[in-house]
Structures are given as structure tokens and as C-alpha cells.
Design a binder for this molecule. Structure first.
Ligand SMILES: NC(=O)c1ccc[n+]([C@@H]2O[C@H](COP(=O)([O-])OP(=O)(O)OC[C@H]3O[C@@H](n4cnc5c(N)ncnc54)[C@H](OP(=O)(O)O)[C@@H]3O)[C@@H](O)[C@H]2O)c1
Length: 339
């Protein structure tokens, strides 16, 4: 029987992808108790070696057989692979932490950011849910900041504009920028339009209401994670040609008055947040400075110039880390000793 002492058998589905690689790196960096790593990907990658803690593991493909004896399965291979394999892994006894959008809004499946709602990982009897969903990257970094504000002042409305890294679209998204920068013109643009030297105000497909799917994820996932149907999120999501992380400009309307220095101290002392807010020293977070960091960085804090009980701030996080891999590993850490 696996335990915190003997270590857990941990599968990573999507191990050769940007998020999967980050998961393996984060498991190692945070000394997660792993007895055996089971790297999984598509048949294209079968046989690829993966080094973890100095040991070599060989990438395989998912199957009912391979999930037997796996304690924790971190999934980052897209929604269709999750729909196919998460029930199989769960039936084999694993707890699945799924990075895709497959189950996020399903009733009975918790959607978890450990700084916000860690209690949702477990059912009423204290047992871990068999499938736990990791939210969308742009939602995660926003709710880490909204949670302390909501607890202290009440958040009624958020107007958010995102500046999202090409790595949010995986290897394909990153390679598209590199290829365009090298002067290649593809038959079809990965980011809908040229992304080199550009900004594209469309991430994912449009829905009937004029918002993109990415924007509606921010609207709906925020309510579910925060447990507050009443929070109004008004998003515009934009892809920009950077690698390091996503930036978000937030205009947050609160339910009560605030002192900006108290807000700064509140956020600086809240879990998972690093405050970088010294305009006179040109200190504010940027995608490059958040690259490969696990925290959410906050700066440019100021009261709205016109509207009372409202503040502006700038929030940056590495989408492959806190927006995906780190959040999933933090959920796995909550399971240690409780499986
Ligand atoms: N990138 C982000 O910032 C981010 C943030 C949050 C959530 N996510 C989610 O995480 C997932 C992966 O994203 P990514 O950015 O890492 O993408 P990626 O770089 O394109 O990697 C995709 C991974 O999935 C594997 N894969 C694809 N289809 C598969 C299948 N049918 N069976 C088994 N493995 C399969 C790939 O294997 P091969 O190498 O063999 O093709 C690769 O390991 C997506 O669901 C995405 O929505 C991404």
C-alpha cells in the first residue's frame, strides 16, 4: 500500500507536453513523495525516456492495465483524452487531477485552487473525490487574488483583460511564434492571425453571446471556485507573443470601502501571492519575471480614479506553473497521507 513514507505511484498523462513536463519538474522540485513515475503520452512518444530524480522512466500510452496500482494521475493531454481515460484511471483506483476542461463544470466534480477552496477536494465523509478538476490558467491566477479581497471586502464585479502567453496553447502555440519569428508564413495561423509582433483578441472559439470559450471559462469557473453565484466577471482575453506567463489587468469592484495600503498588506500576506508594487523603482510583475515561478505576482495596485470601492491591479503568473502544473501538484500535496 502506498503512503507518504513509501511514496506514491504517480502517472502523468501528457508527460511530453508543456504542462506535463512542468508537472514532472514541479513534482521533483517540491519533493513530492513519488515511488514510481508513470509517464504517458500519445503513441508518437511511446518509448521516450523521462528523467525524474535521477532515475529514468519510459513513456508509455494510456491503457486500463497501466493505471492499475497508480495512486495519483495528473492529466494534461486535452479534453478528449481526459474524457476517455479519467474514468478508466479512477475505476482502477487512482485519484485523477485533470487539467483539461472536460469535467470542470460537472456537478459533483470539484474545481480546485488550493489557496481558495482546498476543502472541495474531499467529500462529506472526508474521502478524496476520484476526479478533481484543475481550473483554466487565466481563472486560477485571478481567483488567488480575488479570494482574500472577497473574504475581507466582498467582491461584486471584476472587469478583466488578459495578456496571455503563446504557451497557453501548448507546444503548438509556442512553436507557431518561433516559426513566424523565423519568417515562415503558415497555410493556417495557429493563433487565428499572425501572432509575431501582434495581439489577437480571440482565444478559443466564439460562443453565441459574443464572448469566447476562454472568456466564458473565466465567468463560470470563478463562480464555482469561489462558491459565489453573484460575482460578475466581465472578461476580454487576448493572446500576445510572449513565453513566460499570462498578465491580467483587473478592475475590481468591492462591496465595502478600503484603504489601499491595507489592501496591499492583505494581498502581500495572502497565500501564494508575491507583491511587487514599487512604481518609483519600476517594480511591477511581468511575464518574464514570473517565468518558472510557482506564485501569483501582483503590482500596479491603485484605487480606481473615478469610482468608489473599486481598485485596479495587475496580476501575472506562469501559466504552465500556477496556471496548470503547480496548482495540480498542490492538489496532490493535499492528498498526501489521506489516500
Ligand atoms: N498550456 C497551458 O498553459 C495550460 C494551462 C492549463 C491547462 N492546460 C491544459 O493542459 C492540457 C495539455 O496542455 P499542453 O499545453 O501541455 O499541450 P501540449 O504541449 O500540446 O501537450 C499535449 C500532451 O498531451 C499528449 N497527448 C495528446 N493527445 C493524446 C492522446 N490522445 N493520448 C495520450 N496523450 C495525448 C501529447 O503527447 P505527444 O507529445 O505524444 O503528442 C503531449 O504529451 C490541455 O488540456 C490544456 O487545455 C494547458
Amino acid at each position: 500500500m502506498s503512503s507518504a513514507e513509501t511514496g506514491y505511484r504517480v502517472a502523468v498523462l501528457g508527460a511530453t507536453g508543456l504542462v506535463g513536463r512542468a508537472m514532472i519538474q514541479v513534482l521533483e522540485e517540491r519533493n513530492f513523495p513519488v515511488s514510481e513515475l508513470v509517464p504517458l503520452a500519445s503513441p508518437r512518444s511511446k518509448g521516450q525516456p523521462v528523467t525524474f530524480n535521477g532515475r529514468e522512466f519510459i513513456t508509455d500510452v494510456p491503457s486500463a492495465e497501466i493505471f492499475k496500482g497508480v495512486d495519483i494521475a495528473l492529466f494534461s493531454a486535452g479534453a478528449s483524452a481526459s474524457r476517455e481515460w479519467a474514468p478508466v484511471a479512477a475505476a482502477a483506483g487512482a485519484v485523477v487531477i485533470d487539467n483539461s476542461s472536460a469535467f470542470r463544470m460537472d456537478e459533483g466534480i470539484p474545481l480546485v485552487v488550493p489557496e481558495v477552496n482546498p476543502e472541495a477536494i474531499f467529500d462529506d465523509e472526508g474521502k478524496a473525490h476520484k476526479i478533481i478538476a484543475n481550473p483554466n490558467c487565466s481563472t486560477i491566477q485571478m481567483v488567488v487574488v480575488l479570494k482574500p479581497l472577497h473574504d475581507c471586502y466582498g467582491v461584486s464585479r471584476v472587469v478583466v483583460s488578459t495578456y496571455q502567453s503563446v504557451t497557453g496553447k501548448g507546444k503548438e502555440g509556442r512553436d507557431a511564434l518561433e516559426s513566424e519569428l523565423a519568417g515562415n508564413v503558415p497555410a493556417e495561423f495557429t493563433h487565428f492571425h499572425q501572432i509575431a509582433f501582434n495581439a489577437v483578441p480571440q482565444i478559443d472559439a466564439f460562443t453565441d453571446n459574443g464572448y469566447t470559450k476562454e472568456e466564458m471559462k473565466m465567468v463560470n469557473e470563478t463562480k464555482k471556485i469561489m462558491g459565489e453565484e453573484g460575482i460578475q466577471v466581465s472578461p476580454t482575453t487576448v493572446r500576445i507573443p510572449v513565453y513566460g506567463g499570462h498578465g491580467e489587468s483587473l478592475n475590481v469592484e468591492l462591496r465595502s470601502d478600503f484603504d489601499i495600503n491595507e489592501v496591499r498588506a492583505l494581498l502581500a500576506g495572502s497565500p501564494g501571492i508575491v507583491m511587487q508594487d514599487e512604481p518609483s523603482a519600476r517594480l511591477y510583475p511581468m511575464p518574464l519575471t514570473s517565468y518558472e515561478k510557482d506564485e501569483v505576482f501582483v503590482g500596479r495596485l491603485r484605487p480606481d480614479y473615478w469610482q468608489p470601492r473599486t481598485l485596479n491591479l495587475w496580476v501575472v503568473a506562469d501559466n504552465l506553473r500556477k496556471g496548470a502544473a503547480t496548482n495540480a501538484v498542490q492538489i496532490a500535496e493535499e492528498l498526501v497521507g489521506k489516500l
